[in-house]
Ligand binder design. Structure first.
Ligand code: C5P
Length: 249
């Protein structure tokens, strides 16, 4: 069993590299996995992924690709050559696009390296049922659509999905426990929710079956990010399921 800190991904949502550097030095020696999203990737450029890899970190490059199959294939080829460990595409791009994305990743993975994990973005956690029904013209409940999208992603050969922790039990029930669930929307007890609505604590997310949790502002926007990180690990260390498995680090 992997240590729990390998399954906590810190979202590095910064507009520029100097703020990133401040955060990383505050958390020196603590992190195993980080996420580079559009904000930092577009500001700092692809080489930020290599910089983070050189620091021994695993990197989830969260660009949520959604384009024609040929372009998605090329994008994934480039991200695999860059050394990303985890990448994602929108399930709404369709089966052919997801399959092309996977082919691109396989083609771009350097010899001797593992293919990056490929996740499908189901329904963004900011999309309400009303928006989905009335604007995207998709009928039904969000959770139903998320489960169907997870099955589409699995059929296309993806490794898992990004979803709310609250949706994980149904996804695992439908797609099996080996199909990965990576969950943002994490708020330690007492932390501000910000724009996230369906949130859980880190312990609840793992208990619901998340394979990886994505934590951002609860740590990065804290007055003392190292103390916030440590408090989160300390709270997890109390949990029975952590004591029973491989521990935190
Ligand atoms: O700061 P916070 O913990 O809310 O950060 C969550 C991270 O997860 C952000 O980088 C956000 O882009 C990402 N994310 C999300 N909801 C999704 C997909 C990704 O919050 N459905």
């Amino acid at each position: 069993m992997e240590k729990l800190n390998q399954r906590i991904i810190l979202a590095l949502d910064f507009p520029a590299e100097d703020e990133l550097t401040r955060c990383l030095s505050a958390l020196q020696g603590e992190l195993a996995y980080v996420k580079v999203g559009m904000e930092l990737f577009y500001a700092a450029g692809p080489r930020i992924v290599q910089t983070l890899k050189e620091q021994g970190l695993k990197v989830f490059v969260d660009l949520k690709v959604h384009d024609i199959p040929n372009t998605a294939r090329g994008a994934m080829n480039s991200l695999a050559r860059l050394g990303a460990d985890m990448v994602n595409v929108h399930v709404a791009g369709g089966r052919a696009m997801m399959e092309a994305a996977r082919e691109g990743l396989e083609a771009g993975t350097p010899a001797g390296s593992a293919r990056p994990l490929l996740l499908g973005v189901t329904m963004l956690t900011s999309t309400s049922r009303q928006t989905m029904n009335e604007q995207l013209l998709i009928p039904g409940a969000v959770e139903e659509v998320v489960v169907q999208y997870a099955l589409q992603a699995q059929a296309a050969g993806l490794d898992g999905v990004v979803a709310s922790p609250l949706e994980v039990p149904r996804i695992k029930q439908a797609a099996g426990s080996a199909f990965l669930a990576v969950t943002p929307g994490i708020r330690p007890q007492g932390a501000a929710r910000g724009d996230q609505s369906r949130v859980t604590t880190p312990a609840d997310a793992f208990r619901l079956g998340s394979d990886f949790i994505v934590v951002g502002r609860a740590v990065t926007a804290a007055a003392d990010p190292r103390a916030a990180w440590q408090a989160m690990l300390d709270s997890l260390a109390q949990e029975e399921f952590v004591k029973r498995s491989g521990g935190i680090r």
